[in-house]
Design a protein around this ligand. Structure first.
Ligand code: ADP
Ligand code: MG
Length: 342
Protein backbone atom coordinates (compact mmCIF):
# COMPACT_ATOMS: atom_id res chain seq x y z
CA UNK A 1 0.00 0.00 0.00
CA UNK A 2 1.31 3.41 -0.94
CA UNK A 3 0.61 5.26 2.27
CA UNK A 4 1.72 2.79 4.91
CA UNK A 5 5.13 1.53 5.89
CA UNK A 6 5.87 -2.18 6.10
CA UNK A 7 6.22 -2.09 9.88
CA UNK A 8 2.60 -1.15 10.49
CA UNK A 9 0.08 -3.71 11.64
CA UNK A 10 -3.55 -4.47 10.88
CA UNK A 11 -4.44 -2.59 14.08
CA UNK A 12 -3.19 0.58 12.45
CA UNK A 13 -5.27 -0.10 9.37
CA UNK A 14 -8.49 -1.00 11.21
CA UNK A 15 -11.38 -3.16 9.99
CA UNK A 16 -12.65 -0.60 7.50
CA UNK A 17 -9.13 -0.06 6.19
CA UNK A 18 -8.56 -3.79 5.73
CA UNK A 19 -11.85 -4.29 3.92
CA UNK A 20 -11.17 -1.26 1.73
CA UNK A 21 -7.73 -2.59 0.85
CA UNK A 22 -9.11 -6.03 -0.06
CA UNK A 23 -11.86 -4.47 -2.17
CA UNK A 24 -9.49 -2.18 -4.08
CA UNK A 25 -7.02 -4.98 -4.68
CA UNK A 26 -9.30 -7.90 -5.54
CA UNK A 27 -12.69 -6.53 -6.61
CA UNK A 28 -12.25 -3.04 -8.08
CA UNK A 29 -14.95 -3.77 -10.65
CA UNK A 30 -17.65 -6.37 -10.81
CA UNK A 31 -19.31 -8.40 -13.56
CA UNK A 32 -22.94 -7.50 -14.25
CA UNK A 33 -24.40 -10.57 -12.53
CA UNK A 34 -23.21 -9.12 -9.20
CA UNK A 35 -25.64 -6.29 -8.48
CA UNK A 36 -23.94 -5.58 -5.17
CA UNK A 37 -20.60 -6.89 -3.96
CA UNK A 38 -18.60 -5.69 -0.95
CA UNK A 39 -20.21 -2.81 0.94
CA UNK A 40 -23.74 -3.72 1.97
CA UNK A 41 -25.25 -6.18 4.44
CA UNK A 42 -25.46 -8.85 1.76
CA UNK A 43 -24.07 -9.39 -1.70
CA UNK A 44 -26.81 -9.38 -4.34
CA UNK A 45 -26.28 -11.88 -7.15
CA UNK A 46 -28.40 -12.64 -10.19
CA UNK A 47 -29.22 -16.29 -10.71
CA UNK A 48 -28.11 -17.81 -14.00
CA UNK A 49 -30.98 -19.26 -16.06
CA UNK A 50 -31.79 -22.87 -15.18
CA UNK A 51 -28.32 -23.64 -13.83
CA UNK A 52 -28.09 -24.98 -10.29
CA UNK A 53 -26.01 -23.18 -7.69
CA UNK A 54 -23.03 -25.03 -6.18
CA UNK A 55 -21.92 -23.84 -2.75
CA UNK A 56 -18.84 -24.95 -0.86
CA UNK A 57 -16.84 -23.68 2.10
CA UNK A 58 -13.48 -24.59 3.61
CA UNK A 59 -11.52 -23.30 6.57
CA UNK A 60 -7.77 -23.18 7.10
CA UNK A 61 -6.61 -22.79 10.70
CA UNK A 62 -3.09 -21.82 11.64
CA UNK A 63 -1.49 -24.62 13.62
CA UNK A 64 -3.80 -27.27 12.14
CA UNK A 65 -3.94 -26.80 8.38
CA UNK A 66 -0.84 -24.66 8.02
CA UNK A 67 1.99 -23.02 9.92
CA UNK A 68 4.12 -20.02 8.99
CA UNK A 69 6.87 -22.56 8.28
CA UNK A 70 4.86 -24.55 5.73
CA UNK A 71 2.89 -21.80 4.02
CA UNK A 72 3.93 -18.27 3.05
CA UNK A 73 1.21 -15.60 3.35
CA UNK A 74 0.95 -15.51 -0.44
CA UNK A 75 0.56 -19.29 -0.66
CA UNK A 76 -2.07 -19.13 2.10
CA UNK A 77 -4.16 -16.69 0.03
CA UNK A 78 -3.85 -18.93 -3.02
CA UNK A 79 -4.56 -22.16 -1.17
CA UNK A 80 -7.55 -20.84 0.78
CA UNK A 81 -9.26 -20.28 -2.57
CA UNK A 82 -7.75 -23.34 -4.30
CA UNK A 83 -9.24 -25.87 -1.88
CA UNK A 84 -12.68 -24.47 -2.68
CA UNK A 85 -12.09 -24.29 -6.44
CA UNK A 86 -11.18 -27.96 -6.17
CA UNK A 87 -14.61 -28.77 -4.69
CA UNK A 88 -16.41 -26.97 -7.51
CA UNK A 89 -14.21 -28.79 -10.05
CA UNK A 90 -15.13 -32.11 -8.43
CA UNK A 91 -18.82 -31.48 -9.16
CA UNK A 92 -18.14 -30.53 -12.77
CA UNK A 93 -19.06 -26.89 -12.10
CA UNK A 94 -17.82 -23.41 -12.91
CA UNK A 95 -16.66 -21.29 -9.95
CA UNK A 96 -18.03 -17.75 -9.85
CA UNK A 97 -18.25 -15.83 -6.59
CA UNK A 98 -16.14 -16.02 -3.43
CA UNK A 99 -16.62 -14.83 0.16
CA UNK A 100 -13.57 -14.44 2.37
CA UNK A 101 -13.76 -14.49 6.17
CA UNK A 102 -10.64 -13.80 8.16
CA UNK A 103 -10.02 -14.06 11.89
CA UNK A 104 -6.61 -12.58 12.41
CA UNK A 105 -4.37 -11.12 15.13
CA UNK A 106 -4.42 -7.30 15.20
CA UNK A 107 -0.62 -7.33 15.59
CA UNK A 108 -0.25 -8.98 12.17
CA UNK A 109 1.94 -6.97 9.79
CA UNK A 110 0.17 -5.20 6.96
CA UNK A 111 2.70 -6.80 4.63
CA UNK A 112 1.16 -10.19 5.55
CA UNK A 113 -2.23 -8.96 4.33
CA UNK A 114 -0.69 -7.57 1.14
CA UNK A 115 0.94 -10.91 0.32
CA UNK A 116 -2.15 -12.89 1.30
CA UNK A 117 -4.34 -10.78 -0.95
CA UNK A 118 -1.84 -11.06 -3.83
CA UNK A 119 -1.97 -14.87 -3.60
CA UNK A 120 -5.77 -14.93 -3.40
CA UNK A 121 -6.07 -12.54 -6.32
CA UNK A 122 -3.65 -14.51 -8.50
CA UNK A 123 -5.82 -17.63 -8.37
CA UNK A 124 -9.07 -15.63 -8.55
CA UNK A 125 -7.85 -14.11 -11.84
CA UNK A 126 -6.85 -17.48 -13.25
CA UNK A 127 -10.21 -19.03 -12.42
CA UNK A 128 -12.44 -15.99 -13.12
CA UNK A 129 -13.62 -15.91 -9.53
CA UNK A 130 -14.97 -12.62 -8.17
CA UNK A 131 -14.73 -11.74 -4.47
CA UNK A 132 -18.12 -10.39 -3.41
CA UNK A 133 -17.94 -10.20 0.38
CA UNK A 134 -16.72 -11.69 3.59
CA UNK A 135 -16.02 -10.88 7.21
CA UNK A 136 -13.01 -9.46 9.01
CA UNK A 137 -12.60 -10.06 12.72
CA UNK A 138 -9.91 -10.15 15.40
CA UNK A 139 -8.56 -13.51 16.49
CA UNK A 140 -6.59 -13.72 19.76
CA UNK A 141 -3.94 -16.09 18.41
CA UNK A 142 -4.23 -18.33 15.37
CA UNK A 143 -5.30 -17.03 12.01
CA UNK A 144 -8.54 -18.60 10.76
CA UNK A 145 -9.34 -18.24 7.06
CA UNK A 146 -12.67 -19.37 5.62
CA UNK A 147 -13.51 -19.10 1.96
CA UNK A 148 -17.00 -19.79 0.68
CA UNK A 149 -17.26 -20.27 -3.05
CA UNK A 150 -20.35 -20.26 -5.22
CA UNK A 151 -20.37 -21.84 -8.63
CA UNK A 152 -22.92 -23.17 -11.04
CA UNK A 153 -23.64 -26.01 -13.40
CA UNK A 154 -26.36 -27.36 -15.66
CA UNK A 155 -28.33 -29.70 -13.37
CA UNK A 156 -27.85 -32.66 -15.70
CA UNK A 157 -24.07 -32.20 -15.71
CA UNK A 158 -23.42 -32.20 -11.96
CA UNK A 159 -21.18 -35.16 -11.03
CA UNK A 160 -21.97 -36.64 -7.61
CA UNK A 161 -19.96 -39.04 -5.46
CA UNK A 162 -22.81 -41.51 -5.72
CA UNK A 163 -22.80 -42.32 -9.44
CA UNK A 164 -20.15 -45.06 -9.68
CA UNK A 165 -21.24 -48.39 -11.17
CA UNK A 166 -19.73 -51.85 -10.81
CA UNK A 167 -17.13 -52.39 -13.54
CA UNK A 168 -16.24 -48.70 -13.93
CA UNK A 169 -12.64 -47.66 -14.51
CA UNK A 170 -11.03 -45.54 -11.78
CA UNK A 171 -9.07 -42.52 -12.99
CA UNK A 172 -6.95 -39.75 -11.48
CA UNK A 173 -6.08 -36.49 -13.22
CA UNK A 174 -2.48 -36.18 -12.06
CA UNK A 175 0.35 -37.55 -9.94
CA UNK A 176 -0.39 -38.32 -6.30
CA UNK A 177 1.70 -37.74 -3.20
CA UNK A 178 3.54 -34.62 -4.38
CA UNK A 179 1.85 -32.39 -1.81
CA UNK A 180 2.71 -34.82 0.99
CA UNK A 181 6.33 -34.92 -0.18
CA UNK A 182 6.44 -31.12 -0.19
CA UNK A 183 4.95 -30.96 3.28
CA UNK A 184 7.51 -33.49 4.50
CA UNK A 185 10.34 -31.28 3.20
CA UNK A 186 8.89 -28.15 4.79
CA UNK A 187 8.16 -29.81 8.13
CA UNK A 188 11.52 -31.49 8.36
CA UNK A 189 13.47 -28.35 7.51
CA UNK A 190 15.16 -30.02 4.56
CA UNK A 191 16.11 -26.52 3.44
CA UNK A 192 18.97 -27.72 1.21
CA UNK A 193 16.50 -29.87 -0.74
CA UNK A 194 13.77 -27.28 -1.11
CA UNK A 195 15.03 -25.71 -4.34
CA UNK A 196 15.68 -29.14 -5.86
CA UNK A 197 12.13 -30.31 -5.14
CA UNK A 198 10.38 -27.12 -6.10
CA UNK A 199 7.56 -29.06 -7.82
CA UNK A 200 6.70 -30.84 -4.56
CA UNK A 201 6.75 -27.60 -2.55
CA UNK A 202 4.48 -26.01 -5.13
CA UNK A 203 2.08 -28.98 -4.99
CA UNK A 204 1.71 -28.41 -1.25
CA UNK A 205 1.59 -24.61 -1.27
CA UNK A 206 -0.08 -23.63 -4.52
CA UNK A 207 -2.16 -26.49 -5.90
CA UNK A 208 -3.91 -25.79 -9.21
CA UNK A 209 -7.10 -27.87 -9.34
CA UNK A 210 -7.90 -29.28 -12.82
CA UNK A 211 -10.99 -27.14 -13.25
CA UNK A 212 -11.38 -27.50 -17.02
CA UNK A 213 -11.03 -31.28 -16.83
CA UNK A 214 -13.74 -31.50 -14.15
CA UNK A 215 -16.07 -29.30 -16.16
CA UNK A 216 -15.59 -31.16 -19.44
CA UNK A 217 -15.99 -34.57 -17.80
CA UNK A 218 -19.33 -33.35 -16.46
CA UNK A 219 -20.50 -31.65 -19.66
CA UNK A 220 -19.69 -34.68 -21.79
CA UNK A 221 -21.23 -37.04 -19.20
CA UNK A 222 -17.99 -39.03 -19.09
CA UNK A 223 -17.55 -39.19 -15.30
CA UNK A 224 -20.07 -41.32 -13.40
CA UNK A 225 -18.78 -40.26 -9.96
CA UNK A 226 -16.13 -37.72 -9.00
CA UNK A 227 -14.37 -36.35 -5.90
CA UNK A 228 -11.33 -34.16 -5.31
CA UNK A 229 -8.41 -35.73 -3.50
CA UNK A 230 -8.04 -33.73 -0.32
CA UNK A 231 -7.54 -36.46 2.30
CA UNK A 232 -5.61 -39.02 0.27
CA UNK A 233 -6.99 -41.34 -2.36
CA UNK A 234 -7.56 -44.24 0.06
CA UNK A 235 -10.00 -42.15 2.08
CA UNK A 236 -11.53 -40.18 -0.80
CA UNK A 237 -12.13 -43.30 -2.87
CA UNK A 238 -13.87 -44.63 0.23
CA UNK A 239 -16.42 -41.80 -0.04
CA UNK A 240 -17.23 -42.70 -3.66
CA UNK A 241 -17.51 -46.39 -2.78
CA UNK A 242 -19.74 -45.81 0.24
CA UNK A 243 -22.07 -43.46 -1.57
CA UNK A 244 -22.22 -45.56 -4.73
CA UNK A 245 -22.49 -48.94 -2.99
CA UNK A 246 -19.47 -50.42 -4.79
CA UNK A 247 -16.01 -51.67 -3.85
CA UNK A 248 -12.76 -50.84 -5.62
CA UNK A 249 -9.47 -52.42 -6.61
CA UNK A 250 -6.48 -50.11 -7.05
CA UNK A 251 -3.59 -51.31 -9.18
CA UNK A 252 -0.51 -50.35 -7.18
CA UNK A 253 1.73 -50.23 -10.24
CA UNK A 254 -0.62 -47.84 -12.07
CA UNK A 255 -0.78 -45.14 -9.41
CA UNK A 256 0.99 -42.13 -10.92
CA UNK A 257 3.95 -40.94 -8.85
CA UNK A 258 6.30 -38.19 -10.07
CA UNK A 259 10.05 -38.69 -10.56
CA UNK A 260 10.70 -35.97 -8.02
CA UNK A 261 8.63 -37.79 -5.41
CA UNK A 262 10.42 -41.07 -6.09
CA UNK A 263 13.80 -39.35 -5.77
CA UNK A 264 12.82 -37.70 -2.50
CA UNK A 265 11.39 -40.92 -1.10
CA UNK A 266 14.61 -42.77 -1.94
CA UNK A 267 16.67 -40.03 -0.33
CA UNK A 268 14.49 -39.85 2.79
CA UNK A 269 13.93 -43.59 3.20
CA UNK A 270 10.18 -43.29 2.65
CA UNK A 271 7.70 -45.28 0.61
CA UNK A 272 6.32 -43.07 -2.21
CA UNK A 273 3.20 -45.24 -2.51
CA UNK A 274 2.39 -44.46 1.12
CA UNK A 275 2.47 -40.71 0.30
CA UNK A 276 0.43 -41.28 -2.85
CA UNK A 277 -2.28 -43.32 -1.11
CA UNK A 278 -2.54 -41.52 2.22
CA UNK A 279 -0.76 -38.16 1.89
CA UNK A 280 -3.67 -35.98 0.87
CA UNK A 281 -3.93 -32.39 -0.34
CA UNK A 282 -3.13 -33.26 -3.93
CA UNK A 283 -6.32 -31.59 -5.18
CA UNK A 284 -6.37 -33.79 -8.25
CA UNK A 285 -9.68 -35.34 -9.31
CA UNK A 286 -10.59 -38.97 -8.82
CA UNK A 287 -13.42 -40.18 -11.06
CA UNK A 288 -15.05 -43.32 -12.37
CA UNK A 289 -16.12 -43.90 -15.95
CA UNK A 290 -17.27 -46.56 -18.34
CA UNK A 291 -14.46 -48.68 -19.88
CA UNK A 292 -16.07 -47.87 -23.24
CA UNK A 293 -14.98 -44.23 -22.81
CA UNK A 294 -11.23 -44.85 -22.26
CA UNK A 295 -10.10 -43.32 -25.55
CA UNK A 296 -12.33 -40.28 -25.15
CA UNK A 297 -11.03 -39.66 -21.63
CA UNK A 298 -7.40 -40.01 -22.64
CA UNK A 299 -7.68 -37.63 -25.57
CA UNK A 300 -9.79 -35.10 -23.66
CA UNK A 301 -7.48 -34.95 -20.65
CA UNK A 302 -4.35 -34.90 -22.84
CA UNK A 303 -5.81 -31.90 -24.64
CA UNK A 304 -6.70 -30.02 -21.44
CA UNK A 305 -3.63 -30.60 -19.30
CA UNK A 306 0.06 -31.42 -19.57
CA UNK A 307 -0.50 -34.94 -18.24
CA UNK A 308 -3.41 -37.10 -19.41
CA UNK A 309 -5.52 -38.80 -16.76
CA UNK A 310 -4.28 -42.18 -15.52
CA UNK A 311 -6.38 -45.28 -15.12
CA UNK A 312 -5.61 -46.75 -11.70
CA UNK A 313 -8.12 -49.53 -11.15
CA UNK A 314 -11.73 -50.61 -11.31
CA UNK A 315 -14.83 -50.64 -9.16
CA UNK A 316 -16.09 -54.02 -8.03
CA UNK A 317 -19.11 -55.73 -6.64
CA UNK A 318 -16.99 -56.96 -3.73
CA UNK A 319 -17.11 -54.22 -1.08
CA UNK A 320 -14.04 -52.57 0.42
CA UNK A 321 -10.98 -50.96 -1.11
CA UNK A 322 -8.21 -53.27 -2.23
CA UNK A 323 -4.68 -52.70 -3.39
CA UNK A 324 -3.34 -55.10 -5.99
CA UNK A 325 0.44 -55.48 -6.21
CA UNK A 326 2.86 -58.26 -7.18
CA UNK A 327 2.31 -59.58 -3.66
CA UNK A 328 -1.37 -60.05 -4.32
CA UNK A 329 -4.54 -58.26 -3.25
CA UNK A 330 -4.86 -56.75 0.21
CA UNK A 331 -7.34 -54.37 1.83
CA UNK A 332 -6.17 -50.77 2.15
CA UNK A 333 -6.47 -48.98 5.45
CA UNK A 334 -8.44 -45.81 4.90
CA UNK A 335 -7.96 -42.55 6.75
CA UNK A 336 -4.86 -41.71 8.74
CA UNK A 337 -3.53 -39.12 6.34
CA UNK A 338 -0.13 -37.60 6.84
CA UNK A 339 -1.23 -34.60 8.93
CA UNK A 340 -2.15 -36.85 11.81
CA UNK A 341 0.57 -39.41 11.42
CA UNK A 342 3.20 -37.16 12.95
P1 ADP B 1 -21.75 -6.52 8.58
O1 ADP B 1 -21.65 -5.54 9.70
O2 ADP B 1 -23.04 -6.48 7.84
O3 ADP B 1 -21.30 -7.89 8.96
P2 ADP B 1 -19.17 -5.89 7.69
O4 ADP B 1 -18.84 -4.55 8.26
O5 ADP B 1 -18.65 -7.08 8.33
O6 ADP B 1 -20.74 -5.97 7.48
O7 ADP B 1 -18.69 -5.92 6.19
C1 ADP B 1 -18.90 -4.84 5.34
C2 ADP B 1 -18.78 -5.29 3.91
O8 ADP B 1 -17.46 -5.74 3.68
C3 ADP B 1 -19.68 -6.45 3.56
O9 ADP B 1 -20.08 -6.29 2.23
C4 ADP B 1 -18.79 -7.64 3.69
O10 ADP B 1 -19.23 -8.69 2.85
C5 ADP B 1 -17.46 -7.06 3.23
N1 ADP B 1 -16.28 -7.74 3.83
C6 ADP B 1 -15.92 -7.79 5.12
N2 ADP B 1 -14.78 -8.46 5.30
C7 ADP B 1 -14.39 -8.86 4.06
C8 ADP B 1 -13.29 -9.62 3.55
N3 ADP B 1 -12.34 -10.12 4.35
N4 ADP B 1 -13.24 -9.84 2.22
C9 ADP B 1 -14.20 -9.37 1.40
N5 ADP B 1 -15.25 -8.64 1.80
C10 ADP B 1 -15.36 -8.39 3.12
MG1 MG C 1 -19.27 -8.59 9.52
Amino acid sequence: METTSKTETLKDLGEVGIIGFIQREVSPKLPSYIRKGIGDDCAVLETVGDRVLLVTTDTLIQGIHFTVKTLSPEALGWKALAVNVSDIAAMGGTPRTAFLSMGIRPETQISFMESFVAGFKALARKTNVVLAGGDTVESPSSAVITVTLLGDCKPENVVYRSGAMVGDDLWVTGPLGNAAGGLFLLQNKRVALISRYESLIRAHQKPMPPLEVGKELGERSLAHAMIDISDGIAKDLGHICEQSGVGAVLEGASIPVSHDLMDLAAEAGKNPLEWALHGGEDYELLFTASPADREKILSLTAKLSKIPATRIGTTSEQQGIWLETQKGKEPIRSGGYLHFSG
